[in-house]
Design a protein around this ligand. Structure first.
Ligand code: FRU
Length: 558
């Protein structure tokens, strides 16, 4: 959990949200924030069943992405394969706010595509070490028993900031085990009596945070990293060992961030913290992931220390956050992230929901030593009827939209030869006159993949965006195309969620909230030159539930 100074203020400044005639600003306390958010949420909730119907017909709510029936989702937690089912947990809050009390919600799937929400798996224990939230963590199988290792939030709304400033860390590490490991649904979890299994960061360390455990096994020993960091030093992954997942011994930092003052604002405390660390071996090579920037680090691993050699991004947008992976029963490294909202806190509360789980993606090592990222092939099961066009020139003054190609629930696969154009790409979620549209493209000179949502909505609540780390309406990341290599995009359009995969090399997730229901058009563009469309295929996608994932609401009742 970020400190309120960072997340609360970032989400609220800029949102334009008024309370008692006063704009919330930096310095708002959690208590004030939660009080206002809950009050507004309650007004949505009193509409009872109607509100669920409203959610089910909300055209911004995705149809083939996992999310809770209502309220708040953030980080993916504890992915695990058990008895024929993929289990995926996620941070859930009944209040639409990242500072709300967090629970572990639980969903299962047999194919990584169709998900069933099973409700709440972990609830904060009153007076317990997780009394203020069951925060992010991981799942492993220990001696045949599915086991969750997570962070307990012990802060209180009144004192957290003061305590953190004094160096008191309101985080504890916790363990829960499956009550009935024979149950393929793993519906019940029991917290172990040894909790909290770790009570404080290593002695002498002035940690700015200490959370989000992630585990792997070497021989009979469990290795666990906890995200942490120190002001002036950088983000760190602290390494612990255990043989029984009850007693843990601190070893040393597995890795420390290499700071880059050019791209990092060292005045921000968050610079010094690595949230949601992941460490795993892919093709026998060590890989380290951190939440910020959806970064991955490759390098060397010796004597349980990781030395960074290379750094890049799995998703180069700022909407995806808190990446989490698992190795599945087929030996594939599957990746998920939380897709954040890009509209005001007020709009989120009014909608009655916020936060979506990304589609599952596969990470692989490419020949050049970088990581490749692609959607899992299972997603093709959702493809329905399709339309295809091929071999056309894309002129700089060409038509805005493709006739007959329109959808807000689709997968689009497109291959474009850049020709002599400087920028090429797609319009999606566009009106016929282009007054609302999103651009997805490649800039040849800069060698970047970009997404441009500056004109994607006339709704003012999407203008003053909740800010995370920068400009969210124009996002880009490195995409290097070899000479003669066409741009190959796979784009998933699911209402307000857009997930882009480029040449198997990088991904970019974004959100759009067009004000008009007819903002569904799709088109091609080329700038400063002519490009050639090799082919474009659009598949309509099947929803994964008949009601935009709103069923099972009763399982989320607290
Ligand atoms: C990342 C994070 C984690 C924390 C969780 C709480 O988004 O702040 O560090 O465990 O969210 O919901």
């Amino acid at each position: 959990m970020n400190k309120p100074m960072i997340k609360v203020s970032n989400e609220l400044t800029g949102s334009g949200w008024m309370t008692n005639g006063r704009k919330l600003r930096r310095g708002v306390t959690r208590r004030e924030f939660i009080a206002v958010a809950s009050a507004t949420l309650a007004s949505v909730a009193v509409r009872g069943q109607t509100s669920l119907n409203l959610l089910a017909s909300d055209r911004h709510r995705p149809r083939f992405h996992l999310m809770p029936p209502s309220a708040w989702l953030n980080d993916p937690n504890g992915p695990l394969y058990w008895k024929g089912h993929y289990h995926l947990f996620y941070q859930y809050s009944p209040v639409i706010s990242n500072t709300g009390t967090k629970y572990w919600a639980h969903a299962v799937s047999t194919d990584l595509v169709h998900w069933e929400n099973l409700g709440i798996a972990l609830v904060p224990t009153p007076m317990g070490a997780d009394k203020n939230g069951c925060w992010s963590g991981s799942a492993v199988i220990h001696n045949g028993v599915p086991t969750l290792v997570y962070t307990g939030g012990t802060w209180s709304a009144e004192s957290e900031r003061a305590e953190r400033e004094k160096g008191i860390i309101p985080e504890r590490q916790m363990v829960a085990v499956a009550a009935a490991p024979t149950d393929p649904y793993l519906r019940k979890w029991i917290k172990v009596p040894e909790n909290p299994v770790l009570t404080a960061p290593p002695t002498g360390m002035k940690a700015v945070g200490w959370r989000d455990p992630s585990l792997w096994k070497e021989g009979d020993t469990w290795y666990m990293v906890i995200g942490s960091g120190e002001v002036g030093k950088g983000g760190m992954m602290l390494l612990y060992t255990s043989t029984d997942l009850r007693k843990f011994t601190y070893q040393h930092p597995l890795a420390i961030a290499e700071l880059d003052p050019k791209s990092q604002d060292l005045s921000k405390p968050f610079t010094w913290m690595w949230e949601c660390p992941e460490f795993f071996f892919l093709d026998g090579k060590p890989v380290l992931l951190v939440a910020r920037g959806n970064e991955y680090l490759t390098g060397t691993y010796s004597e349980h220390r990781f030395q960074q050699e290379f750094k890049a991004q799995i998703d180069c947008g700022q909407v995806a956050y808190a990446q989490k992976t698992m190795e599945d029963q087929k030996g594939r490294r599957i990746w998920w992230a939380w897709l954040r909202e890009k509209r005001s806190a007020k709009a989120q509360v009014e909608a009655g929901w916020a936060g979506v789980m990304s589609l599952p993606r596969i990470l692989t090592f490419r020949k050049d030593g970088t990581l490749g990222v692609e959607p899992v092939p299972e997603l093709t099961a959702l493809r329905r009827e399709y339309k295809k066009i091929s071999n056309r020139s894309i002129e700089p003054n060409g038509p805005l939209l493709l006739k007959g190609f329109a959808s807000d629930c689709a997968e689009i696969a497109v291959e474009i030869d850049p020709g002599d154009a400087q920028e090429i790409g797609l319009h999606v979620r566009s009106t016929a006159d282009g007054s609302e549209q999103m651009l997805i493209g490649f800039n040849r000179e800069k060698q970047t993949l970009f997404s441009d949502t500056r004109n994607s909505s006339k709704d003012p609540e999407t203008r003053e965006l909740p800010r995370f780390f920068g400009n969210l309406s124009l996002q880009e990341g490195s995409l290097k195309l070899d000479k003669g290599e066409p741009l190959k995009l796979r784009v998933y359009v699911d209402a307000s969620v857009i997930e882009i995969f480029a040449n198997g090399k990088v991904s970019l997730s974004d959100r759009v909230y067009p004000s008009r229901a007819d903002s569904t058009g799709i088109g091609l563009f080329a700038k400063s030159g002519t490009a050639r469309l090799k082919s474009l295929t659009l598949w309509e996608m099947s929803p994964i539930s008949p009601d935009r994932m709103t069923s099972g609401a009763e399982l989320f009742q607290l």
